[in-house]
Design a protein around this ligand. Structure first.
Ligand SMILES: C[S@@+](CC[C@H](N)C(=O)[O-])C[C@H]1O[C@@H](n2cnc3c(N)ncnc32)[C@H](O)[C@@H]1O
Length: 275
């Protein structure tokens, strides 16, 4: 199996999450890798509440929350410890949470057991970081948030293809990516240096668990709508590209330009129906 540098901080956080006694301790130690919030008083309940707000906001803005959701299956690529998964399990009949790190998936089950509908949850380990262990046409919705930007470029593309493969014909994908911003003149080379440092014997694992270098190093690719749609566009209908209102439109022929204030300036989403 390919050993990607990009996997290092997630494996390090996953291993850290395994050693904590309570779910609240997991949030205090590793919660920052998901929603950038730190503090010694953080609790799992507060962590999950941030996900509750975001799931419904995104699904409604994208028009992918069907009145039939209670009878539908959704796949979440990059669930982490279940910040959004608990909410998804209350909305959909079945949720398949997929993640690179098996320990996160174990914690995700605990989170959903406390705050969601555990009987609706299935987990799926993305062992190679690029292949979903799910059959074709498994779900009405495939969703991914702040995950594809953390993958090796080729794995981000591979997982986009996988999202299309596991969505049912007539189902939807809603995938979040990161693209270029002017600050990348500094951020991109700094990130490369950090990712190289993660391979250093002994020191690497320590650096990988530090918040500042991790944040610089883990945004491992920049993908544009043009590049992603060159791969999956022919399998899609009604392609909408969502961006933040302060960013200029991508102007990609065959797509509809949409804005949503919840989208970060460096992010964009492809929301589309699978043919
Ligand atoms: C920033 S977290 C986001 C988690 C969740 N979407 C949320 O918003 O709380 C990114 C997640 O993606 C997972 N991840 C990173 N690379 C991955 C890959 N190649 N395949 C699957 N999951 C991956 C990490 O383990 C981590 O749980």
């Amino acid at each position: 199996m390919t050993r990607r540098r990009q996997h290092v901080p997630w494996k390090a956080a996953g291993t850290a999450s395994e050693t904590e006694h309570s779910a609240d301790d997991v949030v205090r130690e590793t919660g920052w890798v998901f929603n950038n919030v730190t503090g010694s008083e953080l609790s799992l309940a507060e962590f999950v509440a941030t996900g509750d707000n975001e799931t419904v906001a995104y699904l409604e803005a994208f028009g992918v929350l069907s009145p039939d959701a209670e009878r539908q299956t959704m796949v979440e690529i990059g669930s982490g410890i279940g910040r959004m998964t608990a909410s998804f399990s209350r909305l959909f009949a079945k949720v398949i949470a997929c993640d690179l790190d098996a320990a996160f998936l174990e914690r995700c089950r605990e989170t959903v057991a406390q705050f969601g509908r555990p009987e609706r949850l299935q987990t799926s380990h993305v062992a190679d970081g690029r292949t979903l262990g799910l059959p074709d046409s498994s779900a009405e919705l495939v969703f991914s948030y702040i995950t594809l930007q953390h993958c090796h470029h080729d794995d981000g593309i591979a997982l986009s293809r996988e999202a299309v493969r596991v969505a049912k014909p007539g189902g939807c994908i809603a995938l979040n990516f990161r693209t270029w911003v002017p600050q990348d003149v500094v951020l991109w080379p700094a990130g490369k240096v950090v990712r190289a440092s993660w391979r250093l014997p002994r020191l690497g694992p320590v650096i990988a668990q530090r918040r500042l270098p991790a944040r610089l190093g883990w945004q491992a690719n920049r993908l544009t709508p043009k590049e992603v749609l060159a791969t999956i566009g022919s399998s899609l209908d009604d392609v909408r590209i969502f961006r933040g209102p302060t960013r200029r439109g991508f102007g990609l022929p065959g797509t509809t330009d949409r804005t949503f204030e919840g989208v970060h300036r460096s992010h964009w989403w492809v929301v589309a129906t699978v043919k």
